[in-house]
Ligand binder design. Structure first.
Ligand SMILES: [Zn+2]
Length: 299
């Protein structure tokens, strides 16, 4: 059964906290399908795609945000790019990582990611992009982003992310819940205690989002006692904006000497988009036309 993935925003209590909840099962299925990721790579990439969509939903106006997880583990890093319009794309350095399950019987995402840094790069349409960097805490992604929000953006946050991978490697469910305390509530002990109790009782989100419940129903059943007021809804999907023309431009920037070498080699050149794994082929004839365009731009 396919359901459209979407994100909901809500306010908790008397506007003491804001909440984002989203199902990303189809997003992560598409990523797994494109990149042929192993279960642990699917979980690592899926969690990062999910938090990416939340960060995208936090910004106003048109903006692209890039998340980079640079860890020294066998996954060789994660890159996710998200727009404020609910589209996301991403990849991992080594999609075929295979590690034994952790002592708790879970996919060993932290061990796959390793130690390193998390970068959040906001492209504000200006020349300089704003960047926030924090050291990775556990490599499990959720803890790392909770630390990022709390220390880099001074917003105490609970981040829960989960991807459930089936025995055939296909994701069965994926989603996340992110709760951020608003400034007035930072010393509201009563609210914080109630919130902590609700968070402790929360079942694993990967199973919640694999089930029949909608994001709204999941939020209501987990945080209903605090008071939930939904304020927004956005569809989310895996989407890459690459094209043959874009790769043509990239080949042109190689310059005439390198292009001429490619033409002389007389072979089909295959280019691959890192973000979505789409392949674009250029025949020697097409390369020759590119070279001609480059040398005689007016013709
Ligand atoms: Zn692409």
């Amino acid at each position: 059964m396919q359901q459209q993935d979407y994100l909901v925003r809500a306010m908790l209590g008397e506007n003491q906290a804001r909440l984002f909840a989203l199902r990303t099962t189809e997003v992560v299925r598409q990523a797994q399908h494109n990149h042929h990721t192993s279960p642990v790579a699917t979980a690592a990439l899926g969690r990062t795609l999910t938090i990416g969509l939340v960060i995208g939903a936090m910004v106003k106006g048109e903006e692209t945000i890039t998340l980079q997880i640079k860890g020294d583990g066998p996954l060789q890093g994660i890159v996710v790019s998200v727009t404020s319009q609910g589209t996301v794309k991403g990849y991992v350095g080594n999609p075929h990582v295979d590690l034994p399950l952790s002592a708790q019987g879970k996919l060993a995402v932290g061990a796959a990611v390793g130690e390193g840094y998390l970068h959040v790069i906001r492209d504000l349409g200006l020349k300089e992009a704003y960047q926030g960097t924090v050291p990775l805490q556990t490599g499990e992604i959720a803890e790392d982003f909770a630390y990022y929000f709390t220390h880099s953006e001074q917003t105490p946050s609970a981040v829960i992310l989960g991807v459930l991978v089936g025995v055939d490697g296909v994701p069965l469910g994926s989603g996340g819940i992110i709760i951020q305390l608003l400034p007035d509530a930072i010393h509201d002990e009563e609210f914080i205690t109630k919130l902590e109790v609700s968070l402790e009782k929360l079942p694993p989100v990967s199973s919640l989002f694999a089930g029949e419940q909608t994001p709204e129903e999941i939020v209501e059943s987990a945080f209903g006692e605090l008071g939930v007021h939904f304020v927004g809804h956005q569809e989310v999907r895996f989407h890459c904006d690459c094209s043959w023309e874009r790769f043509e431009q990239a080949l042109i920037t190689l310059g005439p000497e390198e292009l001429e070498e490619l033409v002389t080699a007389n072979e089909v050149i295959e280019t691959v988009c890192h973000f979505c794994n789409e392949k674009y082929n250029f025949t020697p004839e097409q390369l020759n036309n590119l070279l001609a365009k480059l040398l005689n731009p007016r013709e």
